[in-house]
Design a protein around this ligand. Structure first.
Ligand SMILES: [Fe+2]
Ligand SMILES: [Fe+2]
Ligand SMILES: [Fe+2]
Ligand SMILES: [Fe+2]
Length: 274
């Protein structure tokens, strides 16, 4: 439920729904503090944290909808970019100018209304597709590996499969109600494998396609940042490992493999005539 009493529809993806809830709670607390007359200096860090949280959510949502096959993901990402820019300008204005408590309330209301409008109208566009992609049939593994996912470099394909298997294990563990400590250990192991995989892949790419190395490595840094943040939230108890692996990590892996690695290695093979 939004602060204005509208209902933000559930997308059917537990991870997106949890982050939507967290954003709505955040904007709600901003509105309440502004209404109670909080000073501009007190509110500036709060607004900045909200803008950061929103940016992170948009990045994560783009990974999910791209991997789920939402054809209009670029249009959706453009809308996110526009909101980031609008909110950024508004928050910069609050940071740079002496503004009244009434003005702060107006800014908070504007953030709330724009975010709700986006989540209700635009996020609704992908909801049916993402709901279907997020629902694993009873008894089926979370990620059923297919040779169509291979990039054509044996050791890298083996590592991709292993990452998928670890995610399947994490999913099974959560469904069986395993102790939190065990899930955290597995998530930590998965993180180590991600590091090792990116390092090996960068080594291969540097050899076979040096011109693609820097941009691909930068992309890995961004993916690592997403993984580290999610792991931290699970460790803090803010997110559940089952929700994370079913609602985000599986899409994160497939977006990495199909959206980034396969095109990169296919182009490299084409260029070298491999
Ligand atoms: Fe969203
Ligand atoms: Fe969105
Ligand atoms: Fe990879
Ligand atoms: Fe990669």
């Amino acid at each position: 439920m939004t602060t204005d009493g509208h209902t933000v529809p559930r997308t059917g993806n537990g991870f997106i729904d949890a982050t939507h809830r967290s954003l709505m709670d955040h904007v709600d607390s901003i509105r309440r503090e502004c209404a109670s007359g909080a000073s501009r200096d007190a509110m500036v860090p709060h607004f900045s944290r909200f803008a950061d949280e929103m940016r992170v959510h948009f990045d994560q949502e783009e990974v999910i909808i791209r991997a789920a096959g939402f054809a209009r993901w670029e249009e959706h990402a453009n809308h996110h970019a526009m909101l980031n820019q609008q909110f950024g300008r508004l928050i910069d204005y609050v940071c740079g100018c002496e503004v009244s408590p009434d003005f702060l309330c107006t800014v908070a209301g504007t953030l709330d209304a724009a975010l709700c409008r986006h989540e209700i109208r635009h996020d609704g566009d992908y909801a049916a597709l993402v709901r279907a992609a997020s629902t694993a049939p009873e008894g089926a593994v979370l990620i059923a590996w297919d040779s169509a996912f291979d990039v054509g470099v044996g050791p890298l394909d083996a590592q991709h499969r292993q990452l998928a298997e670890l995610m399947n294990e994490l999913d099974a563990m959560s469904r069986q109600g395993a102790p939190v400590r065990e899930s955290l250990d597995l998530l930590g192991m998965l993180h180590d494998h991600v590091h090792a995989h990116f390092a090996m892949e960068e080594g291969v790419l540097r050899r076979v396609a040096p011109s693609r190395f820097v941009s691909h490595r930068n992309h890995h840094r961004m993916l690592e940042g997403q993984f580290a943040r999610i792991r931290q939230q699970v460790e803090n108890g803010r997110l559940d490992s089952g929700v994370v692996v079913r609602g985000f990590l599986r899409f994160w892996l497939m977006d990495h493999v199909l959206g980034s690695d396969r095109p990169t290695f296919a182009e490299a093979a084409g260029a070298t005539g491999r």
